[in-house]
Design a protein around this ligand. Structure first.
Ligand code: 8X3
Length: 245
């Protein structure tokens, strides 16, 4: 049975992808900070729960020990946005936290699991980027910078792994309505979170991204999907969203 590690598996795209991969036949290591959530998910899909904060190297090393000597797929999904302050008034601590989870977290997990991915003979790394990692927008601030970091790291890694049996993909979603992304960005302010999706007929949902990731992972081993950008029909560009208000 192929194996997969999904970080940030406690909700949203991570949880949906863990379910989708399990349906596709993977044994999924569901990694996230919230024990109750990963244990419930792992029980539901017949996977393994691992409590892991991707920014804590000790916990990441323990995750790698739990996975063992061979791994087929790593989804670096843990991440997120904090705030929408313009650069001129940005909170440096918010930027540090975003860089830490999106970039350093991806680095730590990738570094720890790379030997197992190589050992599988046909490993795949999927990094969850964002349209924000390719197209800056006002107020995107630290999130835009962090996701550009994820995009750059993904490209660099593919170059460095050339000749070894590990594919490297970036999935770059635009507007995806999940339970927590916008709520976390606005520190739990539901009206600001809801405003992000106001009048948008059908934002993407976590299952749309899970479907794409599962498709990427299940291509023949010689096919590397470098980058996949996904947006809802209503979003022609980061700034160009059709709203029916
Ligand atoms: C989510 C897309 O537009 O909120 O990664 O930056 S956006």
């Amino acid at each position: 049975m192929p194996t997969a590690v999904v970080t940030g598996a406690s909700s949203g795209i991570g949880a949906a992808t863990a379910r989708s991969l399990a349906t596709a036949g993977y044994h999924v290591f569901c990694a996230a900070r919230r024990r109750d959530r990963v244990e419930a998910l792992a029980a539901e899909i017949g996977g393994t729960a691992v409590v892991c904060d991707v920014t804590d190297e000790t916990q990441v090393v323990a995750l790698a020990a739990t996975v063992g000597s061979s791994l087929d797929l790593l989804l670096n999904n843990a991440g997120g946005a904090i705030g929408t302050d313009p650069v001129e008034s940005a909170d440096a601590d918010d930027w540090r936290r975003m860089y830490e989870v999106n970039v350093i977290g991806t680095l730590l997990v990738t570094r720890a699991l790379l030997p197992a991915l190589v050992a599988s003979g046909a490993g795949t790394i999927v990094n969850l980027g964002s349209t924000a990692g390719h197209f800056p927008y006002e107020g995107g601030g630290g999130y835009v910078s962090a996701k550009h970091g994820v995009a750059a790291m993904t490209e660099t890694l593919r170059l460095e792994l050339n000749g070894r049996p590990v594919r490297v993909t970036e999935i770059a979603p635009g507007m995806v309505r999940t339970d927590e992304f916008a709520l976390n960005r606005f520190a739990g302010d539901e009206s600001r979170a809801d405003a992000v999706y106001a009048g948008v007929r059908e934002p993407l949902v976590a299952e749309d991204i899970a479907d794409a990731i599962t498709w990427v992972a299940t291509r023949p081993a010689h096919v590397n999907i470098d980058l996949m950008v996904l947006k809802p029909l209503a979003q022609a560009a980061a700034h160009k969203v059709h709203r029916e208000l």
